[in-house]
Design a protein around this ligand. Sequence first.
Ligand SMILES: Nc1ncnc2c1ncn2[C@@H]1O[C@H](COP(=O)(O)OP(=O)(O)OP(=O)(O)O)[C@@H](O)[C@H]1O
Ligand SMILES: O=P(O)(O)OC[C@H]1O[C@](O)(CO)[C@@H](O)[C@@H]1O
Ligand SMILES: [Mg+2]
Length: 319
Amino acid sequence: MKRIAVLTSGGDSPGMNAAVRAVVRKANFHGVEVMGIFHGYEGFIHGKMELLNLGSVGGIIQRGGTKLFSSRCPEFKQNEYQLQGLEKMKEAGVEALVVIGGDGSYRGAKALTEKGFPCVGVPGTIDNDIPGTEYTIGFDTAINTVIESIDKIRDTATSHENSFVVEVMGRNAGDIALWAGLAAGAESVIIPEEEYNLDEIIARMKQGEARGKKHSIIIVAEGAISANDLAKLLKEKAGITTRVSVLGHIQRGGSPTARDRVLASRLGAKAVEVLLEGKSGRAVGIKNHQIYDYDLDDVFNNKHKADVSLYTLSKELSI
Ligand SMILES: Nc1ncnc2c1ncn2[C@@H]1O[C@H](COP(=O)(O)OP(=O)(O)OP(=O)(O)O)[C@@H](O)[C@H]1O
Ligand SMILES: O=P(O)(O)OC[C@H]1O[C@](O)(CO)[C@@H](O)[C@@H]1O
Ligand SMILES: [Mg+2]
């Protein structure tokens, strides 16, 4: 194998740059060239790419976002655009592709693999929702951003004796809400994977109040209910007034934590190894501290599960 390509796709995540750097440097170490494709699958379709070398990925390990830019490119679901992109790769002598992104991006990798073009998926998403890997690149940074924000919210909540509903990202997955909830000591956490009980949330708030607690923080994952809707329900059902804070895209930015940089470096390098071993249609992940590769189909045939024990523990510790 003489030349491969790398792209970042879907929502960006802190550590994507570190993963790109690892792909380029590991490949170069083995004498393989790497083309960086810009704007995810959009760039793949139009052949927007340039040769990356050791120097061009210097100074990015600490930067959030992605040097290669990202996109959501709905056209790429269509056969004709995939074929158009493959033609561009052929013209540029690109023999294989590393896709850094979330579950949607992996579907693009799968489609290309089925057309005989070797692909490996690297989990880059703050959502931590890719089956087969315990952690995705960017998740650790995102939850640290969230707890930093919630700590600040708690300062003002305590001073003014106000309760807050804080909305965090996670369309289908509650990992950000769950981990941040436990780490920031939120009084209640609502995630898409578990049915929530409004009466129980109200009872927990009242229970806190009864022992002199003048504020509560409730974290909701956006995929479960919006913070504004929950605030309305609390008002209507129990007369409880809350302030609402929607953290939004701040969660996707920032310099990656050490954990994300190390994970990205290990996974990016592993993806190159997998391609050099002649494998295709694989994903790389981490399980029990070990980096490994597995069939891309395992991502689609399994559903990401939230760790319900964290949910239970969070309830036990924050009353
Ligand atoms: N079924 C599919 N076939 C081919 N390409 C796809 C498919 N689904 C998604 N893609 C491509 O992957 C891109 C990214 O997917 P998506 O928007 O779901 O984000 P993601 O990779 O899951 O990341 P995140 O959820 O973290 O934002 C899409 O815009 C599209 O270009
Ligand atoms: O605003 P955008 O770019 O569509 O992204 C929002 C979505 O992307 C994610 O952050 C994942 O990257 C989701 O949690 C969120 O719903
Ligand atoms: Mg996704």
